[in-house]
Design a protein around this ligand. Sequence first.
Ligand SMILES: [Zn+2]
Length: 184
Amino acid sequence: MDKNRVEKLVRELIIEIGEDPTREGLRDTPARIAKAYKEIFEGYDSNSELSVQFSEDSEVVVAKDIQFYSMCEHHMLPFFGKIQIAYAPNGRVFGISKLVRLVEKYSKRLQIQERLTKNIADELYSHGVKGVAVMAEAEHLCMKMRGVKNDARVSSSAFRGIYENQNQKEEIVRVIQNRPLDPV
Ligand SMILES: [Zn+2]
């Protein structure tokens, strides 16, 4: 991102909104936004790789409630919430910080929630695990602040490998949601 160009564009946007970019409160806003956008969209620069793995024998690994913040690509307004990741390792497991960075790699860019969920599942699955389940629940400010002002939370999920099988899918969703087994 060209910091000076971003500042110039934001200054113009402020004028179009009907404001005075030279008044005290707004004078430094273009620079602040340029700085904030660098961080909000740093997913494009991420070269984070899921390389460090630990040997461990486990049937399923669940990383719960990974907080994320993203920007909807239709309105450039935030959507944010929590992501649950479960995977069936193939002898080795990933460090939890690697999973958090994987979420950031795909959330810190212009996104839609459904693709965010798929991006995470696909990258994790490409590392040779037997199955991946990713579930996200988020609030979208573009729905809350404008238009229909719908307060609903949006859910999305993606399943890969063994979790594409209906029974395995139901089982892993139950594990993620911590629900007890159905009585037999
Ligand atoms: Zn939107």
